[in-house]
Design a protein around this ligand. Structure first.
Ligand code: GDP
Length: 527
């Protein structure tokens, strides 16, 4: 197959949701329907063992995989699907956000009883900022849940985009009869499913088919009315609007019952975009150009802290990756020749031999590769857009033994570069270094890694800050004045970008009002 054909059949997407909406269950069922696994339970088991084991924190910290957003690859209908997980719960971290920069689409899972929940909203903001197309799956229709029309308007309000139902539920909870496929004008009758794929579902054609009305009574009468309403009032689906992040197709189902999963898989193949061009500072890189390029969007410490092994997760941007090929790291000019590259194809365990744009590969290394690094066959490229998000949690850090101050700085610089945490140096003399994070667990992992990898006993202390904004201005004088008058709240990050730290949204608002010439950014791009 040519590179062009390989690229055309790839779909790379992240699955996002609030904890407990059913992300793990849906992930498993996608693997099941794609034929990548025979019995659901493997992903679940991994999740359960991670959270049930009382010492999971310890294990996670030792491995430094507190932030393990995993990658799964599967083949379905001649397409190669790359599914990137985004952890929720206490695992939530900056990595979660950065994963979204490595995908071309997102699959949003919503619990029909709860609607759009906070964790989803944070992730959606990143998708919105990047105009990532979103496919919506509304889960748990086998329960007593909220009215589908209400859910639709809530999604529209939070996403700021039109929700276009592709299917519509007939009843819910005990009276859940199935979903009506609006486009194909047929109903898939609900049947509870299990860990395996069952026999073919029962399908009844035609919305005016008296057999449906008779069998599902009031539930169908209501559904029918709502479908008519939607068709009269809602925007028709427009593929271009979906690709631009202005419309989301919506599917209803019950992941645990294998119900509605097929439609989602088909939508990923039919609607989600193939990998597109990526902007580098030098030029636009096309996915099907012959020469390889890729960017590191995540670095994960490996099993053995003593050896400082890291696995760099790289999204292929162009060309063909082959095991053992020579690659150049743009930042340093160093050459590497990765041989034991990790792939994520769940049905096969062997080493990866080749990969194309959209695929994710894992390259074990000893610190040669950093977050944001670009690998090429020789060309110098710098991709834009690997974001750093303003931290929401802060702690001051000090070393218990002052003789180890240097080690603390080295450790924090390296962990900062790796993206494990953000490090801020206050502008005011004598201030302790500040650590900024998005998830609480990041602090614990960093303290643990400082100790095991750098021999530093760090003391973490509460900080009065809980917001940061990177600041810029086109007017150097105004910027100078702002920095001088707010010296107590100014700090510099690991690449010396200047930030304003605030203890409340009100403080930030006042600063912004007083200094209209200064711009406040919640996100900084790498590079
Ligand atoms: P995650 O935290 O988003 O990964 O959610 P899980 O996949 O672990 O699901 C959370 C809980 O919801 C589990 O107890 C699942 O068994 C349950 N669940 C998932 N899908 C469904 C569904 O379609 N119907 C019902 N009733 N429960 C579900």
């Amino acid at each position: 197959m040519s590179i062009k054909q390989e690229v055309a059949r790839r779909r790379t997407f992240a699955i996002i949701s609030h904890p407990d909406a059913g992300k793990t269950t849906l992930t498993e069922k996608l693997l099941l329907f794609a034929g990548a696994i025979q019995i659901a339970g493997s992903v679940k088991a991994r999740k359960a063992s991670r959270h049930a084991a009382s010492d999971w924190m310890e294990i996670e910290k030792q491995r430094g995989i507190s932030v393990a957003s995993s990658v799964m690859q599967m083949e379905y209908r001649d397409c190669v699907l790359n599914l990137l997980d985004t952890p929720g719960h206490q695992d939530f971290s900056e990595d979660t956000y950065r994963v979204l920069t490595a995908v071309d689409a997102a699959l949003m899972v919503i619990d029909a009883a709860n609607g759009v929940e906070p964790q989803t909203i944070r992730l959606l903001q990143v998708c919105r900022a990047r105009n990532t197309p979103i496919i919506t799956f509304i889960n748990k229709l086998d329960r007593e849940v909220r009215e589908p029309l209400d859910l639709l308007s809530e999604i529209e309000a939070h996403l700021g985009m039109d929700a276009v139902p592709f299917s519509w539920p007939v009843g819910m909870g005990r009276a859940f009869g199935g979903v009506f496929d609006i486009r194909r004008d047929r109903m898939r009758v609900f049947k509870a499913g299990q860990e395996r794929r069952g026999a073919e579902d029962e399908i009844i054609d035609g919305r005016d088919n008296p057999a449906i009305a008779e069998r599902f009574g009031d539930a169908y009468a209501q559904a029918r009315e709502e479908i008519d309403l939607i068709e009269a009032a809602a925007q028709p689906f427009d593929h271009a609007a979906f690709l631009a992040g202005r419309q989301t197709p919506v599917f209803f189902g019950s992941a645990i019952n294998n119900f509605g999963v097929q439609e989602v898989l088909d939508a990923l193949v039919e609607l989600a975009p193939k990998p597109g061009p990526r902007a580098a500072l030098e030029r636009e890189v096309q996915p099907d150009e012959p020469r390889f390029s890729g960017v590191v969007f995540k670095v994960q410490a490996n099993m053995d802290p003593a050896h400082r092994d890291r696995v760099a997760f790289l999204r292929v941007s162009s060309g063909r990756f082959e095991r053992g090929m020579r690659l150049k790291v743009s930042r340093t000019g160093k050459e590497i020749r990765p041989n034991n590259v990790v792939s994520f194809l769940s049905q096969r365990r062997e080493l990866l031999d080749e990969a194309y744009a959209g695929d994710v590969i894992g390259i074990p290394n000893h610190g040669v590769l950093q977050l944001g690094d670009v690998l090429t066959e020789g060309e110098n490229l710098q991709f834009t857009g690997l974001p750093f998000f303003a931290p929401e949690l802060f702690q001051a850090v000090e070393v218990k033994d002052p003789l180890r101050t240097k080690q603390l700085r080295t450790g924090l610089t390296q962990l900062g570069e790796e993206g494990a945490i953000q490090v801020f140096k206050p502008a005011a003399a004598g201030g302790a270094l500040l650590l900024g994070a998005i998830g609480q667990l990041q602090f614990e992992v960093v303290a643990h890694r400082l100790k095991t990898e750098y021999g530093v006993d760090a003391r973490l202390m509460p900080s009065r800050y809980n917001m940061a904004r990177w600041i810029t201005s086109d007017d150097p004088k105004a910027l100078r004045k702002f920095l001088d008058s707010n010296a107590a709240n100014i700090a510099y990050d690991v690449v010396d970008a200047v930030a304003f730290l605030a203890s409340s949204p009100a403080q930030l608002r006042v600063a912004a009002e007083l200094y209209p010439a200064v711009h406040f950014h919640a996100m900084r791009e790498h590079g």
